[in-house]
Write a protein that binds this ligand. Structure first.
Ligand code: UDP
Length: 469
């Protein structure tokens, strides 16, 4: 199994089978290819099919002869929706499925890969990858595609239980949290990940995250899609558990920057078909006038929430571009509602989001606070209204509103009056204030990618560490 020293080091990248993680880890894959490493990108059969159908993965990676796309089954039936309802099942299945572990191990020892693997880079959610890596004596580095602030909350869950801060009751939601170092004073129970509200310490998701502080330090290092000027203080806290952290984000902007330097262009890695018809619509709108509304690839609204949002957006008077995925609203919407929306805005099923956020007509982003979308907004200097659903989103939205001052946190209050008020506040009343803070953060986000910047140096360190393995 020893790598041949005459060949470039070979990294096997293994993301979680979801749009967000695949999105950021494919960017990491290309960054490592650009640094001269061989890369195998290992996904599930389902993700492979989506990538081949909707992204131009093959033409994009043609210039890198050391790149390979490999896949293994995820253990779910072909016709499984793999939507949010299936998320628990998918992750639970994927994590504990002995078959997946065996398939992963078999692939590594099969001799069919381009060369022996020097280093595995796997999503930190998949503990079995670390077991297999240590059995085969291959160094492994974990990647977390969530924010550092949420990861730190996960690490501190045992402290929260010890201090009696969780479980808690509904009427304690606004009580400040005291036992998470670095978050004292502004962080409330309301801002904890949603599963902390269930009061059920036996919830499998809760139990899984309870062990993060033990699981993540097992790896040689930890890659985070963030940058020091944004989350430096929290990353310092994480280093008390995992000393070797590589903050190399925002990955999408990092890749774009490196490609531009190399005279190449970047392209989409969407798992869904992008509707680019919204770009000419945006072209026809005044500068910074449009609010872009999207809740990512997993969140699902109830019909009541949709109706409140619908009224709020229409009443705000602001033009909007709204992504409504085919499966994102429970229950059928009336045709009349969609038609009224089209008077003031544009609806698509899936947008080319990075291009949309970079468009001069977009002045705000009403978002679920997924980490990829948050970073995409930060880089483009677009202020946000945050309406978090689950995972790291409750934590991210508090940081956006209270710590980074890059927007407003609408958490737990989607009603039409509040939506209207927040849109007006972001786009009109406090527009200059937010523009100043978002422009400043966008500037430092770009600086950290330049020679000598923190993410630039950390990527160099990561590549050198892999080369020396
Ligand atoms: N995205 C997109 N088009 C859309 C909505 C989302 O391309 O209409 C992309 C977005 O750019 C981001 C990813 O999908 O990179 C969503 O990741 P995020 O972490 O924001 O949310 P998640 O889908 O994981 O909840």
């Amino acid at each position: 199994m020893d790598p041949d020293r005459t060949l470039p080091p070979h990294v096997l990248i293994f993301p979680l089978p979801l749009q967000g993680p695949v999105n950021s880890m494919i960017k990491l894959a290309e960054l490592l290819c650009l640094s001269g490493l061989h890369v195998t990108f290992l996904v599930t059969d389902h993700i492979r099919t989506q990538l081949l159908k909707y992204s131009n993965i093959h033409s994009r990676f043609t210039p890198y002869p050391g790149f390979r796309l490999e896949s293994i089954p995820d253990g779910l039936p072909e016709d499984h929706p793999r939507s949010v309802d299936g998320l628990k099942e998918l992750l639970g299945n994927f994590k504990i499925n002995n078959r997946t572990r065996t398939l992963f191990r078999d692939l590594l020892t099969s001799g069919k890969l381009i060369s022996p693997v020097t280093c595995i880079i796997a999503d930190g959610f998949m503990g079995f990858a670390c077991d297999v890596a240590s059995e085969l004596r291959i160094p492994i580095i974990y990647v977390r595609t969530i924010s550092a602030c949420c990861l730190w909350v996960f690490f501190c869950l045992p402290k929260l239980i010890e201090s009696g801060e969780i479980p808690f009751s509904e009427n304690e939601l606004d009580t400040p949290i005291k036992s998470i170092p670095g978050m004292e004073g502004f962080f409330r129970r309301r801002d904890l990940p949603l599963f902390c509200r269930s009061c059920n310490l036996e919830d499998p998701i809760f139990k899984f995250h309870l062990h993060e502080g033990k699981e993540n330090p097992r790896a040689y290092g930890l890659i985070l899609n963030t940058f020091d000027d944004l989350e430096g203080p929290i990353v310092s806290q994480i280093r008390t558990f995992c000393p070797n952290v590589y903050t190399i984000g925002p990955l999408h902007a990092h890749l774009k920057f490196k490609l531009t330097q190399a005279g190449k262009s970047s392209s989409s890695n969407s798992l869904l078909k992008e509707d680019t018809s919204c770009i000419p619509w945006l072209d026809s709108q005044p500068p910074k006038s449009v609010i872009y509304v999207s809740f990512g690839s997993l969140a699902i609204m109830t019909k009541e929430q949709y109706v409140e949002l619908w009224h709020g957006l229409l009443n705000s008077g602001c033009p909007f571009l709204w992504v409504i995925r085919g499966n994102s609203v429970l229950l059928e919407l009336s045709k009349g509602m969609e038609e009224r929306v089209e008077e003031r805005g544009c609806i698509v099923e899936w947008a080319p989001q990075e291009e949309v956020l970079a468009h001069g007509s977009v002045g705000g982003f009403l978002t679920h606070s997924g980490w990829n979308g948050t970073l995409e907004s930060v880089v483009e200097g677009v202020p946000m209204i945050c309406w978090p659903f689950f995972l790291d989103q409750q934590v991210n939205s508090r940081y956006v509103g209270e710590v980074w001052k890059l927007g407003l946190d609408m958490k737990d209050s989607c009603d039409r009056v509040i939506v209207e008020k927040m849109v007006r506040e972001l786009m009109e009343v406090r527009r200059d204030e937010f523009r100043k803070s978002t422009d400043q953060m966008a500037k430092v986000a770009k600086e950290c990618l330049m020679k000598g910047g923190s993410s630039y140096c950390n990527l160099e360190r990561l590549v050198n560490d892999i080369k020396s393995m």
